[in-house]
Design a protein around this ligand. Structure first.
Ligand SMILES: Cc1cc2nc3c(=O)[nH]c(=O)nc-3n(C[C@H](O)[C@H](O)[C@H](O)COP(=O)(O)OP(=O)(O)OC[C@H]3O[C@@H](n4cnc5c(N)ncnc54)[C@H](O)[C@@H]3O)c2cc1C
Length: 331
């Protein structure tokens, strides 16, 4: 806690460890707020899972078409934030786009349609064969990270090296669970694989989401995802995932395609499905991690909340604040 006051008052730069999506979004918020920092990143020793992200933001979740947690707060902020960042970086990476969820089968269709009045909310638009989800889309995370890296480097804020110290804000993604400072936290990482394909079959006008997703990238290229695995956490792609993705694609009506590339990463998920945000109770260290499979929609909102907390303007949501795990640090 002294870390907060002392670092801000003395204007010593914070060290942000990791230029995945989490570190990148946090660093942009610090820059905008005038909080000094340097960002360290070492993809050659610690692979960057954000490079494999599907990048989708979607305010609807689950078979019962519920709104995602805090959707009414997260989505207005991200719709304001990413276009603003595009303007700062002079590059397009935010693609607002409708998302279509066909009903899984006739039984599910009847179940949902019978309960339409209870289920309906402002993000849904019902069709005879499925629902359209509004305020969905995708972020080209690879482009966002590349242009941000160049932006921070041009300002002398990027250190391309592994960080081995303890006094920093750690945005290490799944690698965070190997860091002794944070290893007692309930991480629950999940490996994910996706493929990029070329095909003439899917629509380029919307994201298709049926037990998987097809995201149009333009020029008849698409991202297809994603798998979930909890057995091993390497950054190797696997033939099993390729087969699973090919089957998902077939179930979404696409059998004719060329594989462009297969990618893998580890989602830094947590047991209570909430991120870890804030300062350690015992050490001069902070964490911005645990964003699981929803980094694109959660990170901007909570980067803003934490930045405001550091400036003494507000506090981080209690379900996200690392304070909920302070009892683990004093053992
Ligand atoms: C297949 C797949 C599909 C996904 N699809 C979506 C999606 O559609 N929508 C969505 O919102 N999310 C999605 N996600 C999840 C999303 O990718 C993650 O939430 C997000 O990328 C996590 O970012 P991060 O910055 O926390 O971690 P990472 O991207 O892993 O970044 C961590 C960074 O820290 C660096 N680092 C770590 N330790 C050190 C150290 N000691 N010194 C220096 N550098 C260090 C690493 O080099 C790395 O660059 C998907 C994930 C996968 C795997």
């Amino acid at each position: 806690m002294t870390f907060v006051a002392c670092k801000v008052k003395s204007a010593n730069p914070y060290i942000i460890v990791g230029q995945g999506l989490a570190g990148t979004i946090l660093a942009h918020h610090f820059w905008e707020a005038g909080i000094p920092f340097k960002i360290w990143d070492s993809p050659s020793t610690h692979f960057t899972s954000s490079q494999a992200a599907g990048g989708i933001f979607n305010p609807v979740t689950g078979r019962k078409l519920e709104q995602t947690w805090l959707a009414d707060e997260l989505f207005p902020y991200l719709f304001d934030y990413y276009p603003r960042l595009e303007a700062i970086l002079g590059t397009r990476f935010f693609f607002s786009m409708p998302l279509f969820r066909p009903f899984a089968n006739e039984e599910m269709k009847s179940w949902l349609v019978e309960r339409k009045e209870q289920i309906h909310h402002s993000y849904l638009c019902w069709e005879s064969n499925g629902v359209w989800v509004e305020q969905a889309g995708w972020v080209d995370v690879v482009t966002l990270l590349r242009v941000s890296r160049a932006y921070f480097a041009s300002k002398g804020l990027l250190v391309e090296s592994e960080y081995t110290g303890n006094q920093a804000i750690f945005c290490e993604g799944f690698h965070g669970q190997q860091n002794p400072l944070w290893s007692s936290l309930p991480f629950l990482p999940a490996k994910g694989e996706l493929m990029e394909i070329r095909s003439d079959v899917p629509s380029e006008d919307y994201i298709l989401n049926k037990n998987g997703f097809i995201v149009p990238l333009g020029s008849r290229h698409f991202k297809v995802g994603a798998t979930y695995g909890w057995k091993e956490f390497t950054n190797e792609t696997t033939p099993e995932a390729l087969e699973e993705l090919t089957n998902k694609l077939a179930l979404m009506g696409v059998e004719d395609f060329e594989l462009v590339q297969q990618k893998t990463g580890i989602r830094p998920a947590t047991q209570d499905r909430r991120p870890f945000v804030g300062f350690h109770s015992e050490k001069e260290a902070g964490i911005f991690n645990g964003f699981g499979s929803k980094g694109v929609s959660l990170m901007p909102y909570f980067a803003k909340q934490w930045t405001d907390e550091i400036l003494g303007k507000s506090t981080v949501h209690p379900e996200v604040s690392i304070r909920r795990f302070y009892h683990l640090f004093s053992v």
